[in-house]
Design a protein around this ligand. Structure first.
Ligand SMILES: Cc1ncc(COP(=O)(O)O)c(C=O)c1O
Length: 474
């Protein structure tokens, strides 16, 4: 039997070699995968082998066979969904997190990761201008970060209504009335569903997808009237707002909407999966103005900050409510009586130290670097919108105030045909979607490495796809 360090070294060296090759290929490779999951099934499936394989061989096999089925998501030419790349310091820190193999749950058991994550959390509050007293939890993504914020909201609203949620559950509980904008991300509905809060009231939005605050006021007033007609007792209200619309990048009008919600005693949650980061950039301050007046926020570090998957961040001003909703106390968890433990702020109990790559990303960029990174994404989005709108047959549908650009190429069939051409071409990758009753091509600039050359390639790829579709039809 070899020494323990040798047992790891061959496999780790193989992994480092393959990782380097993969990252080096990002500049030139075809962005989309060249094989389907069905094509690859035979390489990875079949009966579980009876005998094992040496670790380095496993890594070689994995990397070689997987390669044609990988999407170049870390490439500066990937513009799909909202998927950031990975900063070098964050990627390397993530490797350390795997090697350290800390179950980052308890301060006493894993003090290094607890201290690093707490520092990262404080840096985030400072950077995003969120209340210093907030609790910060590192979850798998914005879906679970939003879920954590909404769970804290549910706990607090029930407690304030005099209902013991933990003891008595939801049966017979006061009805929490929830309000969302027409263009909220569906993960908000999912979070409400997980929490047994049912379908929310949908408030109309404007042409960019921003909630209409006066309609919100009207909806809240009507809910309060209904509640009082139903009898005496509290009418808990939960309002969900959005920083960063998936299609337009638009931000809800926080100053007005939060003032309206607060006047009625509502808890306000903000889904800022990729948009919350605008709060770090002085010239984007108008987009996020007033957002700090909310009660909870969900964001992703794996999007705009560019740390590896998976990493969402839950921020809740009322730390007691978050810990009451997420925490647990049992004999085998050895807790430090004086302080909260990392597991008390997120849905997961056992988890990797996913806040460590966030610390590394922030440390490597510094405040100025984060500002420059977000600014760069917005600049590229604007360049793309400007250059693409100058092409014949291309229509930019949104106001490009942030990182998203939504395009149409005439009718739906043409837009779908152009999208399919772009994806088959492989120089760039962009998502098709549907917005305001139209098929669209959506560009999301989320990768720190997207540069002028990538913008030029993207414009050429769209131009060529439009020309090819036209030629085919003439
Ligand atoms: C606005 C918004 N909210 C929530 C989510 C869900 O984030 P995640 O996939 O990290 O859970 C997304 C994902 O793109 C999003 O854009």
């Amino acid at each position: 039997m070899s020494a323990p360090e040798e047992r790891y070294s061959d496999a780790l060296e193989a992994a480092a070699r393959h990782a380097r090759q993969w990252l080096e290929s990002q500049e030139t490779r075809h962005v989309g995968p060249r094989k389907t999951a069905a094509d690859l099934a035979a390489d990875f499936g079949g009966p579980l082998p009876r005998e094992g394989t040496p670790a380095a061989e496993v890594v070689d096999y994995l990397a070689t066979k997987a390669e044609p089925g990988l999407m170049a998501m870390p490439s500066g030419r990937f513009f799909g969904w909202v998927i950031g790349g990975t900063l070098p310091a964050a990627l390397a820190a993530d490797w350390l997190v795997s090697a350290w193999d800390q179950n980052a749950v308890l301060r006493l058991a894993t003090p290094a990761t607890a201290a690093i994550e707490e520092a990262a959390g404080q840096w985030l509050l400072e950077l995003l201008g969120l209340p210093k007293e907030s609790d910060v939890g590192f979850a798998t993504g914005a879906t679970m970060a939003n879920f954590a914020g909404l769970a804290a909201a549910r706990w607090r609203l029930m407690a304030d209504a005099g209902w013991d949620l933990d003891g008595d559950g939801l049966f017979g509980a006061p009805l929490i009335r929830c309000f969302v904008g027409q263009e909220r991300h569906d993960s908000i509905d999912l979070g409400l569903r997980y929490l047994g809060l049912g379908r929310p009231t949908v408030v109309p939005a404007d042409r960019q997808g921003r909630i209409n605050p006066w309609e919100l006021d009207r909806a809240l007033a009507s809910a309060v009237d209904q509640a009082s007609a139903a009898g005496p007792g509290p009418a808990p209200l939960l309002v969900c707002l959005q920083a960063g619309n998936l299609h337009s990048g638009a931000f809800d009008p926080f100053v007005e909407a939060i003032a309206i919600a607060k006047a009625r005693g509502a808890w306000v949650h903000v889904d800022g999966a990729f948009g919350l980061w605008a709060a770090a950039v002085p010239e984007l301050a108008a987009l996020t103005a007033g957002l700090q007046g909310a009660d909870s926020w969900g964001t992703d570090a794996h999007k705009t900050l560019n740390v590896p998957y998976d990493c969402g961040v839950a921020v809740v001003r009322d730390a007691r409510a978050l810990r009451a909703a997420m925490g647990l106390h049992t004999s085998y968890l050895i807790q430090d009586a004086g302080s909260a433990d990392p597991f008390e702020s997120v849905p997961e109990l056992s988890r990797r130290a996913r806040g460590v790559p966030v610390w590394a990303a922030l440390k490597s960029l510094g405040r100025d670097g984060v500002v420059a990174q977000v600014r760069g994404l917005v600049l590229r989005a604007r360049q793309l919108a400007e250059q693409l709108s100058a092409l014949d047959g291309v229509e930019v549908l949104n106001d490009v105030d942030y990182t998203q650009v939504s395009l149409a190429f005439g009718d739906d069939a043409t837009t779908r045909a152009v999208t399919a051409r772009i994806i088959a071409d492989g120089r760039v990758w962009m998502s098709g979607s549907r917005w305001r009753d139209r098929d669209i091509l959506r560009i999301s600039v989320s990768n720190w490495s997207t540069d002028d050359a990538d913008v030029a390639v993207a414009v050429a790829a769209v131009r060529d796809a439009v020309a090819a579709v036209r030629a085919q039809r003439s």
